[in-house]
Design a protein around this ligand. Structure first.
Ligand SMILES: [Zn+2]
Length: 456
């Protein structure tokens, strides 16, 4: 390995890439930044990468990742989760707060952020819990987390719904003071007690307790009205029903500051898979009907749904290889996200690559108030770039996963598209499909941070 490939000042020329708008370009990276896009000649010190046939996207940003550390390191760590992120084309992830201890204090969010910096594979932005211990009873130290070194802007009890209306109102009032956002996991707890799958004809047939669509839609309806009343920003995690898309569409037409996300799995998979009683398909919110999948796709295509976020939820084997009722909810998603999005939305003509850049990078960065990440390949932008081979088509295999857990629903499924290169702050964390090693990424991250201090 040459010195150039490990140094943050290394020059890289991505030759013949296709930009999201369809234009061809040679992208020159130097010192962690994009210094030109056009057609450029490389000098001898430049590492030239043949990007012919590859689509260049701004580095993907995931607003909804469970990294599990601290507390659940048997499922994932910040290091293994960000390795999976880099392999999946992500250069920034927002880490959900349902760790142990819960990320409800400045100390814990700063710890998570520091673990991300030490790993170097992706920028890790911690999400703060809305309530102490995710217990839904007392507001957490929202202000202290916002003012901490981690500068938290997204707050969520994800995994649990902030069900108390007064607490939700207070949380919205609080985050409004510093332009933060509350990301709600919309699930009425009483309507979903012991629920196991989407409520309908199939849940009756399979003898599994149903999870009605209204349990999600009623919380979204309440929360958009609260957001309107307070004048604060609200983000709705993982929409899963056609009715939820309708409520968000109505709220946006009314001018309410609401944004919404869908997961890749809710855009591709339906409840029919549960006939197998295979717990890989057990997820919260549950897989729904084909009508819901079609409504979610239409919502992404028309902008009602702003972003696609993975809800990467690693679990150890024993939590999934058991009876349906006993199994954990959740699927890993960082390394399948781009192929699933291409398969479900690009190949079907619903999104073009500029749309993919919007829903997987620009908009999630904007909602999370993440600076220095999202860009339109303008000169001077931090070189967070993902190169995708859209012509690739392959069977998804477990042995390609880089995270600690393998609870994916896509094993053996043929998907389009393949992430070939990921550049994080100008450093290649994924090189033609091969992950960079840990020491290199950590060194590159430190060097980039130092160069930022000099430039500031
Ligand atoms: Zn959730």
């Amino acid at each position: 390995m040459t010195r150039e490939s490990t140094a943050p000042n290394g020059r890289y020329l991505l030759k013949g890439a296709t930009l999201p708008n369809g234009d061809g370009a040679d992208i020159l990276i130097e010192g962690g930044r994009i210094v030109s896009t056009g057609t450029g000649a490389a000098d001898a010190a430049t590492t030239v990468i043949d990007a012919a046939g590859l689509v260049a996207l701004p580095g993907l940003v995931d607003l909804h990742t469970h990294l599990r550390e601290p507390g659940f390191e048997q499922s994932e760590t910040v290091l293994t989760g960000t390795r999976a992120a880099a392999a999946g084309g992500f250069t920034a992830v927002f880490a959900m707060a349902n760790t142990l201890p819960v990320s409800d204090t400045a100390g814990v969010v700063e710890q998570v952020q520091a673990l991300g910096q030490a790993a170097g594979y992706a920028t890790v932005r911690p999400i703060g819990a809305v309530t102490v211990g995710l217990a839904g009873e007392l507001l957490s130290e929202i202000g202290a987390m916002a003012q901490s070194r981690a500068a938290v802007r997204v707050f969520s009890d994800d995994g649990k719904c902030v069900h108390d209306s007064l607490l939700m109102r207070r949380a919205l009032e609080y985050v409004k003071t510093f332009d933060g956002v509350v990301a709600q996991h919309s699930q009425d707890p009483r309507l979903t007690e012991n629920a196991q799958m989407n409520e309908g004809a199939l849940s009756s047939e399979l003898g599994l307790k149903g999870w009605p669509a209204v349990a999600e839609e009623s919380i979204i309806a309440r929360d958009v009205l609260l957001a309107e009343h307070v004048g604060a920003r609200l983000h709705i995690c993982h929409l899963s029903t056609a009715g939820s898309v309708d409520v968000v569409r109505w709220a946006k037409a009314r001018g309410i500051q609401v944004t919404a996300e869908a997961t890749p799995h809710h855009l591709l998979l339906t409840e029919e898979l549960i006939r197998s009683y295979d717990a890989r398909y057990k997820v919260n919110p549950p897989l729904r009907r084909d009508e819901d999948v079609q409504a979610l796709r239409a919502g992404v295509a028309d902008g009602t749904i702003d972003i696609i976020a993975t809800d990467h939820a690693p679990h150890p084997r024993e939590s999934k290889e058991c009876e349906w009722d006993a199994a954990a909810f959740g699927m890993v998603g960082l390394e399948s996200a781009l192929p699933v999005v291409q398969t479900a939305l690009v190949d079907t003509g619903l999104l073009d690559w500029a749309d993919v850049a919007r829903v997987l990078s620009n908009q999630p960065a904007r909602i999370g108030r993440l600076t220095g990440h999202s860009h339109s390949f303008e000169n001077g932008a931090a070189a967070n770039i993902t190169l995708v081979d859209p012509a690739a088509r392959s069977v998804f295999e477990l042995d390609r996963l880089h995270g600690k857990s393998t609870n994916t629903p896509y094993e053996g499924v043929t998907l389009s598209g393949s992430v070939r290169w990921t550049f994080h702050q100008g450093f290649p964390t994924l090189r033609d499909g091969v992950l960079a090693d840990t020491a290199e990424t950590a060194t590159a991250a430190r060097e980039f941070a130092r160069s930022q201090e000099v430039n500031a």
